[in-house]
Ligand binder design. Structure first.
Ligand code: WT7
Length: 640
């Protein structure tokens, strides 16, 4: 098994070693896994063509490392604790033995159906153990999973299926989230109307909602699984065979299918989980993310299971039946390590302390934060009221593209500083560059965050669009990986991530591209054109503000009747929700007569961003605009 870093001194040695003898370092780490055949070469390639490879020639199956290897010593240990949405419903405790049986059964079922190595499988599932079985079964038979978060719309699912040319769909009839019922199968049915590549859709039973099964396409999972064996010989995969695709938003265009491969991702997810959280055998770990995001992939499923940990999955929302639910779950299972997002911490803080009354929380040892910068106030509240001043908080900075955590304290090992992600993990070399792409040598500095060299968990490409991959990450600052984040470095060399510098917004930690939202708004029949920016929001971190030019008819309606302003705003929000999903709905929509544009017709989002933040004096020079007069109009609207 992997060994933890146990002291600050060990961290320093490991870090130095990882940069000076990179291949040796990552070979030592990789030696702790099960390989069907060891690699020929630890690393090759580089950033120029983005052709880097890790552990080339190695043969393995990641699920043998997640499951099979633990059976002998800890087959009866709990792998997954599943807590249902409704606290009165029975929970499920799944041992490594059971996990093995279920994943094998489903692997056999998928193979029986005809799923083959290299096929892409779209998964749209609620937070139930079967979601984990589904992703692991794909990995076991060599199929590439592409999980779509349960909050995305039918159209978003269809876009992702078409882009990845998925042949198979795995979903559930429906699920419960708080008071809400989500009819997943219905959403999938709508999506599949435009997805001829899908051969079969496998439906798990989670709810008692009525569903219609399409002949020849839809199959109930329980029927498929009926006669399948609980033993399965895993497929031998190459180190660089694709493991999964996960779509994420960028500055421009449609979401990108970020591709991760097998061995490097495995080694990195496992190594970072163990060291950042300092997981000890028998501890109970809970990450509140949804598996539909990278946090769930790496730190609910792969990272914990690779370490033989007990990982908790919660189906519901933090406020159901009341805002004390998470604390109840922590007490119920005596959770030791708790990992969540700043937006959730701020929502919980806003409820006051009454939901903490009578909660024990004394099992907690380590707290984590992820997804967006954590402000000092939220950090202090988390530290004082949840950690009781005794639990280190690991502020983990990373991205869908990085596969695992790149900058973070190691709990209890390296020093903390509120709102700082602090120090890089071994193998990770952060650098700051100025606007001209020149590396900033000073210790205390602020700039664009880049990474100098590849690390094993790095994404390998954008699915079927390697050129876009190179353009997005390696062209802005040639020779370096550009993260899209701004960053500060202090006198100790600690890093503080200050937020995106591109047209990506982090709304409640969810990553949303302004272009995507604009495209959705522009589909609305009342709309001519729109511009979208992010602005600071007390709970969500950032929220979406949209500036919209209406068609004359709609504009006239508003003039005649103030009520219709609200109705059109609602209609536009509905359009965004239908096209992307509720998470992308603008918080505020302003109707304007024009958008600030350069003479070449480019929308000046920089100006809109300043206005949205109500930093009116920082709008800057507008004299070169095509239509400077709209700036005043927009300022007036926003400041009202
Ligand atoms: C972006 C990546 C990493 C898994 C979840 C998000 C922001 C993430 C932090 C942090 C400040 C953070 C960055 C990054 N971000 N973690 N600890 N401090 N910012 O993955 O959806 O790919 O988003 O989230 O802006 O670029 P993602």
């Amino acid at each position: 098994m992997l060994q933890r870093i146990l002291s600050l001194e060990e961290y320093r040695t490991a870090y130095k070693n990882s940069l000076e003898h990179s291949e040796h370092f990552w070979a030592d780490v990789a030696d702790n896994f099960l390989w069907k055949k060891k690699w020929d070469k630890v690393f090759s390639g580089g950033f120029e063509k983005a052709d880097y490879k890790w552990y080339e020639g190695g043969k393995l199956n990641i699920t043998e490392n997640c499951i099979d290897r633990h059976l002998k010593l800890r087959g009866n240990k709990t792998a997954i604790i599943w807590e249902p949405n409704n606290p009165t419903e029975k929970n499920r405790i799944i041992s490594y033995n059971e996990l093995h049986a279920e994943v094998c059964r489903l692997s056999n079922a998928l193979e029986k159906l005809g799923v083959q190595k290299g096929d892409t499988v779209c998964i749209y599932m609620p937070m139930i153990p079967e979601l984990t079985y589904a992703m692991l079964a794909c990995a076991r038979i060599g199929a590439i999973h592409s999980i779509v978060f349960g909050g995305f719309s039918a159209q978003s699912i269809a876009d992702r299926i078409q882009d990845a040319e998925c042949k198979w769909m795995i979903t559930a009839d429906g699920c419960y989230r708080g008071e809400k019922q989500l009819h997943l199968k219905k959403i999938v049915d709508e999506a599949l109307e435009n997805c001829p590549s899908i051969q079969k859709s496998i439906v798990f039973n989670r709810s008692d909602f009525p569903v219609s099964m399409k002949d020849g396409r839809d199959v109930w999972a329980y029927e498929l699984l009926k006669d399948c064996s609980t033993e399965h010989v895993s497929k031998e995969m190459d180190a660089e065979d694709p493991l999964f695709i996960l779509y994420t938003s960028g500055s421009t265009g449609k979401p990108k299918g970020v591709l991760h491969t097998t061995a490097g991702y495995m080694v990195f997810a496992a190594y970072t989980f163990l060291n950042v959280f300092q997981y000890k055998p028998e501890q109970i770990y809970w990450c509140t993310a949804d598996i539909g995001w990278i946090t769930g992939h790496s730190y609910i499923v792969y990272g914990p299971l690779l370490n033989g940990a007990t990982t908790t999955m919660y189906e519901g929302v933090p406020q159901f039946p009341d805002w004390g639910r998470w604390w109840n779950v922590i007490d119920k299972y005596k959770v030791n390590i708790f990992y969540t997002a700043p937006t959730a911490i701020r929502s919980l803080e806003a409820q006051g302390l009454k939901y903490l009354e009578g909660k024990n929380l004394s099992s907690l040892r380590v707290l984590g934060s992820v997804g967006e910068p954590i402000n000092e106030e939220a950090w202090e509240w988390y530290n004082k009221n949840i950690g009781k001043g005794k639990c280190p908080i690991v502020d983990t900075w990373w991205q869908t593209e990085t596969g695992g955590i790149l900058i973070s304290p190691l709990a209890g090992i390296t020093p903390l500083k509120p709102s700082y992600a602090t120090l890089p993990l071994p193998g990770v070399e952060p650098i700051l560059v100025d606007a001209n792409g020149i590396e900033i040598q000073e210790l205390i500095a602020e700039g664009n965050l880049c990474i100098r060299k590849s690390w094993p968990g790095q994404a390998r490409t954008v699915y079927k669009d390697h050129e876009r991959f190179i353009q997005t990450y390696f062209k802005t600052y040639p020779g370096k990986y550009f993260t899209g984040d701004g960053c500060r470095r202090d006198e100790n060399g600690f890093y503080r991530i200050t937020g995106r510098t591109d047209d990506v917004i982090k709304v409640s930690g969810h990553r949303i591209g302004t272009a995507e939202v604009e495209n959705a708004i522009n589909e609305d029949p009342s709309v001519v054109e729109s511009a979208v920016v992010g602005y600071s929001h007390e709970i969500k971190g950032q929220a979406i503000m949209a500036f919209v030019i209406l068609k004359s008819e709609a504009a006239l309606k508003i003039k005649l009747n103030s009520e219709s302003e609200f109705l059109i705003q609602k209609e536009i929000a509905g359009t965004v929700s239908r096209i992307i999903g509720p998470i992308a709905k603008p918080e505020k929509i302003f109707f304007v007569s024009g958008l600030p544009k350069t003479r070449s017709g480019k929308i000046m989002r920089r100006i809109l961003r300043k206005i949205a933040e109500e930093e009116f004096d920082k709008v800057g020079d507008i004299s070169t605009l095509l239509n400077p007069e709209v700036v005043e109009e927009i300022k007036n609207l926003v400041s009202k």
